[in-house]
Design a protein around this ligand. Structure first.
Ligand SMILES: Cc1cc2nc3c(=O)[nH]c(=O)nc-3n(C[C@H](O)[C@H](O)[C@H](O)COP(=O)(O)O)c2cc1C
Length: 189
């Protein structure tokens, strides 16, 4: 199965990138050993801020089509959302808006797990809640979510692993929910 994984941020030192990487490798190790992981970096899809005038003048940027097609080619999506002012980053919202002009159902029916890493204690509660609520409207099916707060204390960069048991459990159950029929060592749901 093809797993598309990305952090919804354009930070080059992204903590959400760290989280989505460890989660994707854990998914392959513990849930679907046949997973083929593709990571995307939003910086490779940078485009001007959406405007109806730009769209009318020049149409949709090829990067929006390219990202949309990557979603379409995947069997499942693993996304870690950076939280900016309680919502998604401007970088992701911009790409999202452009893609929504291809098709409002831009998640294309894919099963998704959504994650968030934050430096503070709220663990991306705002962005996770909004994305879970909105996903069905955009053709997405959120199977699980996990927010990891106080990232510096939560993450061991040398082991590329989560330190706190409660975070490990939250991530494991979110990932298992992405492919319950193939999960190893988890009770049927
Ligand atoms: C404009 C801005 C707004 C932010 N708003 C929030 C917020 O609402 N909640 C939060 O937990 N952290 C917030 N932060 C801190 C981010 O969580 C932090 O920068 C984090 O590293 C972003 O994830 P990333 O490294 O993957 O880009 C904000 C940061 C910036 C620059």
């Amino acid at each position: 199965m093809r797993l598309l994984a990305f952090a919804a941020t354009n930070s080059r030192r992204s903590i959400n990138r760290q989280l989505v990487e460890l989660a994707a490798y854990q998914f392959k190790r513990d849930v679907r050993t046949d997973a083929q992981i593709e990571f995307l970096d939003l910086n490779d899809f940078e485009i001007p801020i959406y405007s109806i005038d730009r769209e009318n003048e020049s149409g949709l940027p090829p990067q929006a089509h390219a990202f949309f097609e990557k979603i379409g080619a995947a069997d499942a999506l693993l996304i870690s959302f950076a939280e900016h002012n309680g919502f998604v980053t401007a970088a992701w919202k911009n790409l999202f808006d452009w893609m929504s002009r291809i098709d409002t159902k831009l998640w294309q029916g894919k099963p998704m797990v959504i994650l968030a890493a934050t430096p503070g204690p709220r663990a991306g509660a705002g962005v996770l809640q909004s994305q879970e609520l909105l996903a069905p409207h955009f053709g997405g099916s959120v199977r699980g979510s996990a927010g990891i707060g106080r990232w510096k204390e939560a993450y061991d960069p040398e082991k590329a692993a989560l330190i706190r048991i409660e975070d490990q459990v939250a991530l494991s159950s979110a990932l298992a929910a992405l492919a319950p029929e193939h999960a190893q060592g988890t009770a049927p749901q």
